[in-house]
Design a protein around this ligand. Sequence first.
Ligand code: 0O2
Length: 254
Amino acid sequence: MNEFETESGILLKKKQKDKKSEEFLQEKTVKKELIQKSETQENAGEQKEQESNLKEKLVDSEFSIKGQCAISLLLTKLDIINTVLLMNMHRNVIQMKTGRLKSYSSVCKKLQKKGLELDFDTAVERINDLIGVRAICAYVDDIYKVSELIERQKDIRIVKVKDYIKEPKKSGYQSLHLILEIAIAFQNGTQWIKIELQLRTAAMDYWANLDHQLRYKKGKKEAELIDEELRECAEVIGNLDQKMLEIRKKIDKI
Ligand code: 0O2
């Protein structure tokens, strides 16, 4: 009997111990979840703060004013280059040009695509085309003439050249990209502003605009087929540009 009482006592004690450790574990899990939740909330808060900081610094800001100045200056330089080339070649080498500041949403998308933080300094350092100018030239050799004259400017530094004409992208994209720094005199001295200049022919531009539309529809089944068709068109356009250049050179000799 005694033995029995002892055994049931032991069982009871074990049950109480198990319950206690179960309660302890539950309490620990709840605490862990609460900490994780508050950390997530903190991170979300920090991320929101970073995002609003990015927007504040990109849009209607000192950066955007300086960016607009860089665009105006580069567009004027391209005007002058066109005039100089017009005097020698008796035709407009640059047919059209535009400038833009990358929109806030495009900046966010690009940072996310690159796996980077939504942070202003990161954007300025890692995105080359926050400030961009595009010039459309008549012929492929005109693109390199313009590029050469840009490289000779004393207030322009060449940071990087990406020649997607000599080596088109997998998509078929062709253009010459010059990542530049352009000097702008502000009240507190000269500042070098990073700007991307995209040079392409009218045919390359025609192609790129359609391809750009398709990029927003990527992932859909039909888009894959169109992608292939566009790649083929890029080749046709490359050949056409070369043929037109050869014909123009023949005409120049007459
Ligand atoms: P959006 O919407 O036109 O502004 P990297 O320098 O290698 O880290 P990044 O900056 O993508 O990467 O350089 P890249 O490849 O030279 O592209 C810069 C810009 O060129 C793109 O900006 C496009 O404007 C254009 N571009 C590049 N590849 C293609 C392409 O395959 N098709 C078209 N249509 N345009 C292209 P965004 O910000 O990607 O796009």
